[in-house]
Design a binder for this molecule. Structure first.
Ligand SMILES: [Zn+2]
Length: 128
């Protein structure tokens, strides 16, 4: 699961209406995050910047010790080279294999598994 995907995931439990984003990433172990080198596509990254929830991305990156993101979102026009490199690394190369995604809502705390890179957000009958 790429962090770009994580940036779009919220808790879907019917009763869980507030504070259900971003899901907290709890890695299964230290080797649960893979880095896959890929060629940078600056146009794609510029295109994605306005769609990203920056606070959620920054929080997720910090929790995984992926560094290099500024505190505030750049605009597609003013993104500097360091930030571009960090975004490429964090959004496109980091791939989370095994973890739990935990709802931040204190009254919910639903945990969703990510197994071999695939998040399972299916709910049980009484959660729908
Ligand atoms: Zn929830």
């Amino acid at each position: 699961m790429k962090l770009l995907t994580h940036n779009m995931l919220t808790c879907h439990v019917a009763k869980c209406k507030k504070n259900n984003f971003p899901l907290k990433i709890v890695l299964a172990n230290e080797s649960s995050i893979h880095m896959e080198e890929s060629d940078m596509n600056p146009d794609f990254i510029r295109h994605m910047i306005p769609k990203i929830d920056w606070r959620a991305l920054k929080e997720a990156a910090d929790s995984l010790e992926l560094t290099g993101l500024p505190s505030n979102a750049p605009t597609p026009e003013n993104v500097d080279e360091n930030t571009m490199n960090a975004l490429h690394h964090i959004l496109m190369e980091a791939d989370i294999q095994n973890c739990q995604l935990v709802c931040p809502n204190e009254e919910c705390k639903r945990s969703y598994p990510v197994v071999q890179g695939v998040p399972n957000l299916l709910l049980t009958k009484d959660e729908v």
